[in-house]
Write a protein that binds this ligand. Structure first.
Ligand code: ADP
Ligand code: MG
Length: 612
């Protein structure tokens, strides 16, 4: 009995502070949110020693009068909501009335504020105790200084990581706040050095440029989509720029920067076949939704949100971005990256070498820095070609007796007008690996292996997805031998194998013969393809049908593409270029590496100083 006491306010404030204020960046976040809620058009954040020594946030917002200013420092004091129902209709960033008292409890705190028609006020506190109060001259707005954060909570002080890491959290957060509020001018400095400056012009692309640089901004695509509940807008990068983390995807819901992995995954999903594994786009996704359909009161930090109908939102995002990317010329424009290469030297030979090696490095760095290991998805160029392309091409152009020849012709007619590439005129082959072509005002370089792989992949996938597959009977049946283990799995999947057009007859002891195969498998590839298809089917444990067919198409496409360092005849080249032009996505290979890069005529004329 008598064990329970009501905690005093200082103790409850310290407890609350633990939830809201975890590190220096939480202070910045809460103070900046208050400045935004106070309708400021300018917000300055100035740090000393990455905020560990001092954080000053000043704004030109509404300010507070003396009564409000003192109340604001008390727990659960807020001007933003007043009754339970307001919680279901939150239009401000703050609403819990917790931030200021929490910060006050764990720091040396100084508030200067002035509201319209009042005199400026300054209040100084240390660890929650008021030390002094005075009337001061202060411009319209508020300035809060937080010094020696966590001086009275040693455990949390220890929890702070290195200065640079704390600073990186702050920069990340301020960047995202700036992206969410292009109409506010932000300035962030550390030890008087400017880290970010935006101008409040209201132009999101300008803020993207301020944060990521003009080259990235140039590569952003504008997105816009809506359904009955959600409106999404913003920018997402084309495939010329990518990042190794998802952190450059900013999600904003009704003006609030939030964390939501499902939404970030949806953005990445749209780029699935365009990037290599481990590369992600840069994006700013603004989501507008009726405030009653989103719950922000999930966690004290207010970074998480819950939506009604999140599935609908995810679908909208994937569709909007996929659709946008499918309409965009995604050839990587190397003009910008090469700007300086041609500036100094005049001898053309080293130049060409330089360009080529630059492109190699560029590809390596941008696209293949995190290629999957060999036994994963990607297969080394050199082990690819079991059958030279010549065979395929000959078949295609001279032997008209097969059904597939007719099929190819039909397909060509059907797709003629939809090409996403201009008409490309062939110039020559470079290093036995790249096809040089010209189209409109651009010079295009095509990686022959990647291009051939893309062509094969799309053709094969289309055929695999076709439910009524036409088959033909082989004159000489293929004999396949499997281990007893595999044979058991095959028995299980016989109908699935048949659905893809392969009819197996068992002879016992793991021996099978194949008499009938789908017509799209080209002559000479039969055994290899059939084996691969069966192998993939029996080893598929968990993939959905579409996913499975997709990865099957990738592995089959890989099997018969021309490789690098192989000199091609003119008909082979024409085949690749024509077929590539007919592809749905001619810009990347199925593993996400670039197929085609371009330079503009304008850029080239600048190299030779025909244009200055
Ligand atoms: P909340 O933001 O959840 O209301 P806070 O503790 O962050 O709670 O702030 C308490 C109150 O102080 C706010 O509701 C607001 O009225 C006032 N306030 C805080 N910062 C500012 C500011 N920069 N300008 C004007 N008023 C402010
Ligand atoms: Mg607040």
């Amino acid at each position: 009995m008598g064990n329970i006491i009501r905690l005093d306010q200082h103790t409850t404030n310290l407890i609350a502070a633990g939830e809201v204020i975890e590190r220096a960046s939480s202070v910045v976040k809460e103070l900046v949110e208050n400045s935004i809620d106070a309708k400021s058009s300018t917000i300055n954040i100035s740090l000393t020693d990455s905020g560990l020594k001092e954080i000053i946030v000043s704004d030109n917002g509404t300010g507070m009068d003396a009564v409000d200013a003192k109340l604001a420092l008390e727990p659960h004091a807020t001007s933003k909501i007043s009754k339970p129902n307001d919680l279901f209709n939150i239009t401000t960033l703050g609403f819990r009335g917790e931030a200021l008292p929490s910060i006050v409890a764990v720091s040396n705190f100084k508030l200067k504020t002035c509201a319209e028609g009042t005199r400026g006020l300054m209040i100084v506190l240390k660890g929650g105790e008021i030390i002094s109060e005075a009337v001061v001259a202060h411009p319209h707005g508020t300035e809060i200084s937080v010094r020696n954060l966590f001086f009275n909570t040693p455990a949390r002080l220890q929890n702070l990581k290195s200065e640079s890491l704390e600073l990186s959290y702050i920069i990340d957060y301020v960047n995202k706040m700036a992206l969410a509020n292009p109409d506010i001018a932000f300035k962030l400095t550390n030890n008087d050095k400017t880290i970010l400056k935006t101008y409040g012009s209201g132009n999101l692309l300008e803020v993207i440029s301020n944060i990521y640089g003009a080259d990235i901004a140039k590569n952003m695509l504008e997105i816009e989509g809506r359904d009955g509940y959600f409106h999404i807008s913003g920018f997402s990068s084309n495939i010329s720029c990518s990042r190794s983390t998802r952190n450059s995807i900013t999600i904003i819901v009704n003006g609030r920067v939030v964390r939501n992995n499902n939404i970030i995954n949806a953005v990445c999903e749209a780029y699935k076949n365009l990037f290599t594994v481990g590369r992600y786009p840069i994006g700013v996704i603004n989501i507008e939704v009726d405030t009653s359909l989103v719950d922000v009161n999930v966690h004290p930090a207010k970074l998480e949100v819950r939506f009604s109908n999140e599935e609908g939102l995810i679908k909208l995002i994937i569709e909007t971005i996929t659709n946008l990317l499918s309409k965009t010329d995604l050839s990587v424009d190397l003009g910008d990256q090469l700007k300086n290469v041609f500036e100094v030297e005049v001898d053309t030979k080293p130049e060409i070498k330089k360009v080529a090696s630059y492109i190699d490095d560029y590809n390596k760095e941008i696209f293949t820095s995190k290629l999957p290991s060999k036994d994963d998805e990607e297969i080394d160029d050199d082990v690819l070609l079991k059958e030279p392309l010549k065979e395929i091409v000959k078949e295609n152009y001279s032997q008209k007796q097969y059904t597939f020849t007719r099929f190819d012709e039909e397909e060509e007619k059907e797709q003629d007008n939809k090409s996403r590439l201009p008409k490309l005129d062939y110039i020559g082959q470079l290093f036995g690996t790249y096809l040089l072509t010209q189209g409109g005002e651009f010079f295009y370089l095509i990686d022959q292996h990647a291009a051939n792989e893309r062509v094969n992949y799309e053709k094969i996938l289309k055929n695999l997805k076709n439910d009524d597959v036409t088959t033909y009977e082989l004159l000489i049946p293929i004999k396949l031998v499997f281990t007893s283990n595999e044979a058991i799995l095959i028995e299980d999947k016989l109908s699935e194998i048949r659905r893809l057009g392969i009819t197996l007859e068992e002879f016992g002891g793991g021996t099978y013969t194949v008499r009938e195969i789908p017509y799209w498998i080209r002559k000479g590839n039969e055994k290899e393809y059939v084996e691969e298809i069966i192998f993939q089917i029996i080893n598929n444990r968990k993939q959905e049908k579409y996913q499975f067919l997709d990865s099957l198409a990738k592995s089959l496409a890989c099997k018969k593409s021309v490789k690098a360092n192989e000199y091609l005849g003119r008909d082979e080249v024409d085949y690749i270029i024509n077929e590539l032009s007919n592809c749905e996505n001619p810009f990347t290979c199925p593993h996400g590496r670039p197929v085609i890069v371009k330079f503009s005529k304008y850029e080239i004329e600048k190299w030779f100083k025909r244009i200055v």
